[in-house]
Design a binder for this molecule. Sequence first.
Ligand code: BGC
Length: 452
Amino acid sequence: MPKGNSSKLCAKDFGENFVWGVATAAHQIEGAYDKHNKGKSIWDAFSLKKGNIYQNQNGNISCDFYHRYKEDILLMKSMGIQNFRFSISWTRILPNGVGKINEKGIQFYNDVINFCLKCDITPWVTLYHWDLPQVLEEQGGWVNRKILEWFKEYVTVCATSFGDRVKNWMVLNEPMVFTGAGYFLGVHAPGKKGLKQFLPAVHHAVLCQAIGGRVLRSLVNNANIGTTFSCSQITPYSTKKKDIVAAKKADAILNRLFIEPSLGMGYPLEDVPVLKRILKFLEPEDKENSVFNFDFIGVQNYTREVVKHSFLVPYLRAKIIKASKRNVKKTLMDWEVYPPSLYNMIVHFNSYPNVKKVIITENGAAFTDAVIDNKIKDEDRKAYLEDCVKEVKRARGKGFKVDGYFVWTFTDNFEWAEGYYPRFGLVHVDFKTQKRRIKDSGFWYSRLITST
Ligand code: BGC
């Protein structure tokens, strides 16, 4: 690896068992959207509709990881990356969502897993990173309670096919984002809107979170089972009582809605009265069945949110004031650059007595990369990641549990509704040629995690 200024951070300060890795998701990297009998996912369908995605782009080819996984895993190895988080595409292994298994899909993930292991890279597998089978969406998707059975079948196939070699599992990726953006705001697949869609989707995701955990526990020996949550420090816009109340509601929705039922605490109904409407979707024993004793909680943080009272926002009466309206340093996603948020989220998840372990399963930033003399200069990303890793160190220093850190993401990829515009990768991808080039941030991360 090329040498450069070594950062003051050193991997050994985090202890030998600290997990350093990179995170990705199937639909964002694989491409090969219809290869070898793969079925259509909600993102394949959503991307077909004009106006849904930036410049009407799609994940059909993306970074073509399906065909280039060896090259990418070897690149990881050359950078000293020992943990690779990726997700399984449901429709690659069950093209119809349930029923007949597609052996070619199983083969692909076997190949990826086996190649990781050959390269001494530990696979960390997410079961669901937002790409629901479109055939299931046509029957209501997450809004239909039948998802409990569909999901159980899917997890069973994954656990029995890969559980002999994969020990680290995450059940869901950010349920708040896929229910909120996909079933309330309609800006992500499947593009549904409103509380009537959102509340049952939330409740079914909460149940599936626990169902997935139980299936893995029963079928995989020595499994390390987690699930992941998006989260952001919430700051009230002012000291006015109205803004403080608005911030509290946003905090309940964005940071507590999915973890608390899994810990047996139920939904945060006191702080968000409109959530009481979710109770009508609860069947006997749902509260007990929402609980699962996860081995770790995956914390995913990118920014903080500043929240103000707003009479115009129905149900919540609270709105997020974007970074661009506050004149603060921001990323291409219009997210404030605010590393202490990561520290505060570690503290938040540590505050639940039943959380056994915390791992940062995603953290990263999208900035414009400058290509100078064939080098990728991304000082802003490097600085952000470095500051965030310092926040992790600070939290550990104060005795909070946090035992791993995964950068989002390895290569630039398909950033959902924003298409290929915001680049989050440690490795630059030229989407015309598929050429990979390690960015300065990638060299920095490599030096950090291999430092002794
Ligand atoms: C998601 C990723 C996404 C990243 C950046 C997270 O919400 O898990 O899929 O690319 O944030 O937006």
